[in-house]
Design a protein around this ligand. Structure first.
Ligand code: KIV
Ligand code: ZN
Length: 506
């Protein structure tokens, strides 16, 4: 039997640190359920001290029924963080506190203003404090990728002696080369006493596009846990992508003497779900889950694949849940079919909410012949957005074309329940609609990104618009909207981003 590599998912914590990818508790619960279907070993559910929303998400994810995964919560090496994490995790079946401190010269000297000995003292105190609440304590040595080898050994020895069960060696800045990072892990294996009784984890960032290679180098040299995210989401250029490392391990199980317990058939669904919820689109040529990952275009390749798939395909698309036959829902489908499909997609609703969704589903099915999974995900997310909105769109009408002046009439219900209408012209229909929204909401935000994607195939597909707006304080908010009419999608997306901005500043 090969070594079991634990998969620690941090989509809900490091992944959420991607600018504009913030998620509410409900959205995090939907993703957490999908992570459980993937059979991840650990879900890092959040950083409880950082906000009441994060605290609540960790608490709710800890309470999800019928699962075996460990739920982890992040802290700094600070007592109040640890107390808050312990509190948020108190209902978890397998709670883990993930505490740590910077270990590179740059972090200790310039950020923490601590001497190396003081940093060790703080780390040991944090591990002991966390140990007083839970048995399973993971220590992260932030910026380990740029730290001094012998200091890292001293730090890791100290936290292992203090009772850490997992030691996480992050390449926080994505600086390392894979060979060197592998040597660093090996150095710990060879020099820290008692290291065989703890799990070494690797947490690699993608600043040089090598996060997956770094994690693999870690595994080849003794790491037994990989921290990763769906679609490689994460701070700056992101983290190691779960789908990439898991499939790489599967392809090279013997050479690496390693396997994972991940249910890889859930990858495509997980990727789509995370992308829909965060508004972070997946590039078409992304490994494993990109739209082109299994598409063959050149004649020579097509000829080869038709003769024998593995001439140009190392992975069977079905193994990652791509190209599965889609269950098609139509206007003739009943409540039960809708409920069943929604549950398969990770959504659970009470009877009242299901009735509302069924009505919205029938409306959509009347317009479209077939309703696909992606349509359903859009529908659910759309309703979620509407329910939590401060300002909601009541109507949008545009007139444009050559030689007309593009004009939009927009009606929005404001937080007091009053309907407000503005008619404004702009350089194009979307510009006109956005100016009308601005005139009603009265916010000063910059539109920094606008993209439109078809949710499914066919001329009647829903168009999903994703926008990012920058608030005056520089914070970025993502908004999404889906509709058969892309002007409506665009207006909904913009209003959704403004609502997120406003609710954050309330
Ligand atoms: O990148 C990093 O070092 C982290 C730690 C908090 C684990 O995200
Ligand atoms: Zn990180």
């Amino acid at each position: 039997m090969t070594r079991k590599i634990d998969i620690f998912d941090t989509t809900l914590r490091d992944g959420e640190q991607s600018p504009g990818a913030s998620m509410n508790t409900e959205e995090k619960l939907v993703i957490a359920r999908q992570l459980l279907r993937l059979n991840v070993d650990v879900i890092e559910a959040g950083f409880p001290i950082s906000s009441p929303g994060d605290f609540e998400s960790v608490r709710k994810i800890s309470q999800l029924a019928g699962y075996d995964a460990t739920v982890a919560a992040l802290t700094r090496a600070v007592e109040k963080d640890i107390v808050s994490a312990a509190d948020a995790l108190k209902f978890a079946k397998r709670p883990r506190i993930h505490t740590g401190i910077g270990v590179s010269e740059s972090h200790m000297r310039d950020k923490l203003r601590l001497t190396p000995d003081e940093a060790i003292e703080r780390a040991v105190a944090a591990v002991k404090c966390a140990k007083s609440y839970v048995d399973d304590v993971q220590f992260y040595a932030e910026d380990a990728g740029r730290s001094d080898y012998d200091f890292l050994v001293r730090m890791i020895q100290a936290v292992v002696d203090a009772g850490a069960t997992v030691v996480n060696i992050p390449d926080t800045t994505g600086y390392s080369l894979p060979d060197e990072f592998g040597r660093r892990i090996k150095y710990l294996v060879d020099n820290v006493q008692g290291i065989d009784d703890v799990t070494i984890a690797v947490h690699c960032h993608n600043d040089l596009g090598m996060a997956t290679a770094l994690a693999m180098a870690g595994v080849a040299n003794g790491a037994r846990q990989i921290e990763c995210t769906i679609n490689g989401l994460g701070e700056r250029a992101g983290n190691t992508a779960m789908e990439e490392v898991v499939m790489a391990i599967r392809m090279h199980e013997r050479e690496l003497d390693a396997h994972t317990d991940i249910n890889t058939r859930e990858f495509t669904k997980a990727s789509r779900l995370v992308s829909t919820i965060t508004g972070m689109n997946v590039q078409a040529n992304k490994a494993i889950v990109g739209a082109n990952a299994f598409a063959h275009s050149s004649g020579i390749h097509q000829d080869g694949v038709l003769k024998k798939r593995d001439t140009y395909e190392i992975i069977d698309p079905a193994d990652v849940g791509a190209g599965e036959s889609q269950i098609v829902l139509t206007a003739r489908s009943g409540h039960a079919a809708l409920k069943h499909r929604l549950e398969e997609l990770g959504y659970e609703f009470n009877a009242e909410k299901l009735d509302e969704l069924y009505e919205a589903f029938l409306n959509l099915a009347d317009k479209k012949k077939e309703v696909y999974d992606e349509d359903l995900e859009s529908l659910v997310n759309e309703r979620d957005r509407e329910e939590t909105a401060l300002y909601s769109l009541e109507a949008v009408q545009v007139s444009c074309g050559f030689p007309l002046k593009p004009t939009a009439t927009v009606t929005i219900k404001d937080p007091q329940g009053a309907s407000v209408t503005q008619c404004v012209w702009g350089t194009g229909p979307v510009d006109a609609a956005y100016k009308a929204v601005d005139a009603i909401v009265g916010l000063d935000a910059d539109l920094s990104e606008f993209s439109v994607q078809s949710v499914t195939r066919g001329i009647d597909a829903l168009g999903e618009v994703t926008v990012r707006v920058k608030a005056v304080n520089g914070e970025v908010y993502t908004g999404r909207g889906a509709d058969g009419d892309i002007i409506v999608s665009a207006t909904k997306a913009y209003l959704n981003a403004l609502n997120r901005l406003l609710s954050k500043s309330l």
